[in-house]
Design a protein around this ligand. Structure first.
Ligand code: AMP
Length: 283
């Protein structure tokens, strides 16, 4: 694996690779890598000539300073995992390298209602920051494929919308990979490292609740189902930001199972200090 810290060095190297007709896949991450991240690397390894990953804890997407400060950093273990997985290129820039002119936004992305619902509502500014950094990465790497995890379902929609508006480069195709889970169902997340032993025991309740929604999706009226789902996790000690059953295409909440073709349940909830998110496709 070749490690680049400077955008210019990476750009020059990739230009040469592309002259040789190589197709690349790109996996942006914030590090503290786990098997979920590596599943994205594996998907790219299977289908692309070149697999490029980045590790960058992007300050502009954190709407909570403490969350940014406490974000886990395990860079040496990350590099070992990427090497073992056969990743070809790792881009590991500094904040100054990615934001030489400072952290203020130089443009506003039109994300429509995606920015005002669910994660957009509870994390103001988060998706503008995500778009800002992924835009910079895409301009630099110009990959054929962009690998994203279903775990961050709304982020996949946001980035598709951002890519639709991209100009000046060939638009990458997004490939969404399924959520990798621990044996007990907990969605893998870098933030799981911050859970205490007791919190870690409680955390799988989130997936159990989503499974409960899926199993009872057509059996109970949805408002009643949501009330029971909410009770399940609040009784376990979670403070939910939202639990919703929504149209898979638009994220608009639905009232009845056949209000849309495909539906998805999404949740974000705090377990004390740690905010966890998850989702499950229902139909
Ligand atoms: P992050 O490092 O959390 O910004 O995540 C980098 C990429 O890995 C994003 O596309 C995430 O959606 C994806 N990802 C995170 N957790 C998982 C998981 N448990 N399964 C699959 N992909 C994941």
């Amino acid at each position: 694996m070749i490690l680049f810290k400077r955008a210019n060095d990476l750009r020059q190297w990739l230009e040469k690779a592309k002259q040789n007709g190589l197709k690349s896949g790109f996996i942006p991450t914030m590090g503290a890598l786990h098997a979920g991240h590596i599943s994205l690397i594996n998907q790219s390894k299977k289908s692309d000539d070149l697999t490029v990953a980045s590790i960058f804890v992007n300050p502009t997407q954190f709407n909570n300073a403490a969350d940014l400060e406490k974000y886990p950093k395990t860079i040496e273990a990350d590099i070992r995992q990427l090497e073992t997985a056969g990743c070809d290129i790792l881009f590991l820039p500094s904040v100054a390298e990615m934001y030489p002119d400072g952290l203020q936004a130089d443009k506003k992305y039109n994300l429509g209602m995606l920015e005002t619902v669910l994660e957009g509502k509870f994390r103001p500014g988060h998706y503008q920051g995500v778009c800002m950094i992924v835009d910079k990465f895409l301009q630099l790497v110009q990959p054929h494929y962009l690998y994203l995890g279903q775990k961050d379902f709304q982020q996949c929609m946001v980035l598709q919308k951002m890519i639709d508006q991209l100009t000046g480069i060939d638009k990458p195709v997004i490939r969404i990979c399924p959520t990798a889970r621990e044996k007990d169902g907990l969605a893998m997340s870098s933030r799981n490292m911050r859970l205490t032993t007791d919190e870690r025991k409680t955390a799988p309740k989130l997936f159990q609740m989503l499974t409960f929604i899926k199993e009872n999706f057509t059996a109970k009226p949805l408002p009643e189902l949501l009330t029971e789902a909410q009770k399940m996790i609040t009784d376990a000690g979670f403070k939910p930001d939202y639990i919703t059953i929504a149209d898979y295409e638009t994220l608009t909440p639905i009232q009845k199972p056949n209000d849309c073709k495909h539906s998805i349940a999404l949740v974000a909830a705090y377990l004390h200090e740690i905010r966890l998110i998850d989702n499950l496709i229902l139909s």
